[in-house]
Write a protein of this length. Structure first.
Length: 125
């Protein structure tokens, strides 16, 4: 019984190793036939639009992509139910007086930030 288990273990090990090698199953004759085939070339010219798309009579709707007005202390209820707070932009001093992190002035524009911690699910949304 012990010899049988050793034999089965060796057979399984060899089959795992061979399956990991990714040996191609095509024969040499089939591979050489694939190499000598002529490539297929498209003979039709690509379709080019010569006329503009038909105009629709529907009125254009403007969308405010900037969000609500950015004022100091503004709050905005976001889609996921969390509260965003407006942070006004401006210059500030950044860095620590070291060779790899010199003190310098950076100017940021206005931005919105969450008023509470963000979960992974909120970040994915």
């Amino acid at each position: 019984m012990n010899r049988f288990l050793i034999f089965i273990s060796i057979v399984v090990g060899i089959s795992v190793i061979l399956s990991a090698c990714n040996i191609p199953t095509d024969s040499v004759a089939t591979q050489s036939a694939q190499i000598t085939e002529a490539p297929v070339v498209a003979t039709e010219a690509p379709v080019v639009a010569t006329e503009p798309p038909a105009a629709t009579d529907a009125p254009l709707v403007t969308i405010n992509l900037a969000g609500p007005l950015m004022e100091l202390g503004s709050r905005y209820k976001y889609v996921d139910g969390s509260i965003l707070v407006a942070v006004p932009g401006g210059p500030f001093i950044m860095g620590y007086n070291a060779t790899d992190n010199p003190i310098h002035e950076v100017t940021l524009s206005d931005f919105w930030i969450y008023s509470a911690k963000v979960t992974n699910q909120q970040y994915a949304l």
